[in-house]
Design a protein around this ligand. Structure first.
Ligand code: 5GP
Ligand code: MN
Length: 334
């Protein structure tokens, strides 16, 4: 654990110790780190006797549902904000992306933010543990639980927590491929495995359980693949997925995040772009960079954000226009 974050971790621990009821939430369009960090934290808080509510107004992708286990997921409208509660948002770098209604954000007694997004300016919570160099929010939850365990001389990481945190660690690092994978990441993976993280089961669920329909959609999506030359002879690639395509193959909007990697993983491609039509006129864009282009800066120009090598934003236009607009901006970054 990096020493310069101990104060931030201890501030979170103090707030946890001083309060009894917590709402845990994360960002819209949930991914492995979102679910893993939230539910790892959920179990930890339960195990130290806290009352915890899990609120997320979005669908969990089917390949991540197993992580939820028997935890009840509420929609915002099912939560009574008259309670005295602390809101903990995990893996969310932007207040607009917190996946609850405004009342839950507004009536919280205090807000804790645990996050690793470079674009997080710590402006929407009173208590912050933000480390943009961490591989994942699961790494931060791990540090927090380890610190608490050290203070209480009780080991709070059990098999379920280890499995949930390993899931986010694996998905946010591209299963230990990306440059955010540090020696601390491997150290954490080692400790989680020693605590019984079910890696083989996770790998199968996360990476080896795509549906047949998903592959059908993948075929159509790959047919939209386009590449453009940049000013320095590199390539930018893009794939577009329309609502009709998702409908045709009965695939939900949250089930196809994995397609982004197909744009990036092409020889000589520096930046990959996935455009997904959420509604008519609302296009969700995912950006991936292989080397030096900072895609979080590009996403921020459209009101989005993320990390240097993985970021996203929304453009309200047709899918064709959004493609033109984002490509032009990406090509200008070279
Ligand atoms: P993805 O492309 O997988 O949706 O997201 C890549 C990264 O950028 C994730 O860390 C995600 O949380 C972040 N991200 C995606 N879309 C947005 C957005 O609209 N706003 C912000 N602030 N971050 C985003
Ligand atoms: Mn994350």
């Amino acid at each position: 654990m990096k020493n310069n974050f101990i104060q931030q971790i201890d501030n979170v621990i103090k707030c946890i110790e001083e309060n009894n009821e917590f709402v845990l939430t994360s960002h819209v369009s949930p991914d492995g780190d979102n679910i893993g960090s939230t539910l790892g934290m959920h179990r930890f808080l339960n195990s130290i006797g806290k009352k915890v509510y899990y609120v997320l107004d979005d669908e969990i992708p089917s390949n991540l549902l197993f992580l939820k286990d028997d935890i009840e997921k509420l929609n915002s409208s099912e939560f009574d904000t008259k309670k005295d509660y602390i809101l903990i948002s995990l893996d969310c770098g932007d207040e607009k992306r917190i996946c609850t209604n405004d009342d839950i954000k507004k009536y919280a007694k205090k807000r804790i933010c645990i996050d690793h997004h470079a674009s997080n300016d710590a402006s929407f919570s009173e208590v912050n543990y933000i480390d943009s160099e961490a591989s994942s929010t699961c790494e931060l939850v791990f540090n927090l639980i380890r610190r608490y365990s050290e203070l209480k001389t009780i080991d709070y990481i059990d098999e379920k927590i280890a499995t949930r945190l390993y899931a986010g660690l694996s998905t946010d690092t591209g299963n230990f491929q990306y440059s955010s994978t540090s020696p601390e990441t491997f150290e954490m993976a080692k400790i989680l495995l020693e605590h019984g993280a079910k890696r083989d089961m996770l790998i199968q669920k996360l990476y080896q359980s795509n549906s047949f329909n998903y592959y059908r959609l993948l075929g159509d999506a790959l047919n939209t693949l386009k590449v453009e030359k940049t000013s320095n002879g590199k390539l930018v690639a893009s794939i577009s997925v329309s609502i009709d395509m998702m409908k045709k193959h009965s695939i939900g909007f949250n089930e196809i995040d994995g397609l982004t990697t197909y744009t990036r993983d092409i020889e000589n491609v520096e930046v990959g772009i996935l455009l997904k039509e959420k509604r008519k006129g609302e296009i969700k864009i995912s950006l991936r960079s292989k080397n030096d282009i900072d895609v979080s800066q590009i996403a921020m120009q459209f009101g989005g954000g993320g990390h240097i090598k993985a970021a996203g934003c929304t453009i309200n236009d047709t899918i064709e226009n959004a493609e033109k607009i984002i490509k032009e901006r990406v090509l200008r970054a070279f």
